[in-house]
Design a protein around this ligand. Sequence first.
Ligand code: GDP
Ligand code: IMO
Ligand code: MG
Length: 416
Amino acid sequence: MQHPQNTTIIGLQWGDEGKGKMVDRLAENADMIVRFQGGHNAGHTLVVEGITYKLNLLPSGIVRPDKKTALGHGVVLDLWALEKEMATLSAAGISITPDRFMIAENTSLIMPWHRVQDQNRERGLGDKKIGTTGRGIGPAYEDRVGRRAFRAGDLLDQQDLKARLGEFSDQVDDFAAFCEDMMRFTKTLSPHIVPLWHVLSEGQRNGEKVLFEGAQGFYLDVDFGTYPFVTSSNTLASQAATGTGLPASAVGHVLGVVKAYTTRVGSGPFPTELGDATGEHLGAKGHEFGTVTGRKRRCGWLDGVLLKQACTINGIHALALTKLDVLDELPTINVAVAYQKAGVTYTHLPLHWRDFSGVSVVYETLPGWQSVTEGLQDYDALPANAKAYIAYIERLTGVPVTYISTGPGREETIVR
Ligand code: GDP
Ligand code: IMO
Ligand code: MG
């Protein structure tokens, strides 16, 4: 089967790289935009013609009226969150009809008790907590691999669903209200539930272009990230196939989104974190507050060690460098090229978080440009030192930077 110019967009850091903005931008040339992992722990912000959209579950393509969107089975789906998000966007004039928004029938559901389990566990961990979004993501994935999940397709058989729900009467405070909600979902959401693998493969046969929208970031990947301070899904590019039902060859062009500096929400080691005025400046200028939890994002320099490793493992074909404008005022810019701890030099992520924690960082320092790049759409208009920073990242990774984002707006993008 042919896979006509599919694209997979993933984040290469700890999330919030600006994936939503890039997906919205590239959706222009796609037919269908598909999420393949994560859940409503994601927060993707798009700014289109002055209107800001904050999406947690719905794929970013939903704001373009001529595009189809879908949730692959790699996602964990909270039906209450979905209902709320659909209502908010519908009220903003966006149509979310079944032909435009599909849910894979084999998608595992996040149930109310998963959220309670997530929050209780975090409380129990005290100062060792992961800093999860508290949305039940981990426990829902556990039930999936534990082979006991409710799945979207279970909504299609009301009688069977009712009988199974009966076993969970002690898991929710108000069981009658819970059942009522679930029965409402069987009516409102069933038209959206499809064998997505089949819909996608038919689409590929007809020459449709799919844009896969990653959530979280590569260092939150459950296997390759900074374990255990990670999310509970695979966030890497190949998950685009595994989480949707298209073959591995359908992943297509892999675009890695990297912020010009680094942020992290939640706990876990962060070697290039800045606890000083520069860190504060990045946070303030970059508006680094979590969309999902409102938490202040930790800020620091670009980590070239992690970026290089992310490009290798994901087979990144091209990079989208975002939030370049946030660096505009800095006199110098640092990039991490190695770590050192206890006489050992690391040029990759150490396996254990204890080895990664408290490393001293070897930096290379580049000159800043101290002029405005905000809103620029033309590569030639960039200051020489900004071009040098981009060229440095290309040399470091061996990957071309084909998009440069200079502001939150759809148009505030340089295409090379
Ligand atoms: P995502 O989770 O990867 O989709 O990223 P988020 O939407 O959570 O966070 C990125 C934030 O930066 C959002 O508020 C975007 O509107 C904003 N943003 C994206 N690209 C740029 C950029 O190039 N410059 C600036 N200043 N803001 C940007
Ligand atoms: P987007 O798609 C940033 C982080 C949480 C926590 C860890 C585990 O907007 O980039 P979880 O609730 O998933 O079990 O939490 O993962 N996290 C994110 N950080 N952006 C995200 O999504 C995130 N989704 C989860 O803060 O550290
Ligand atoms: Mg985000």
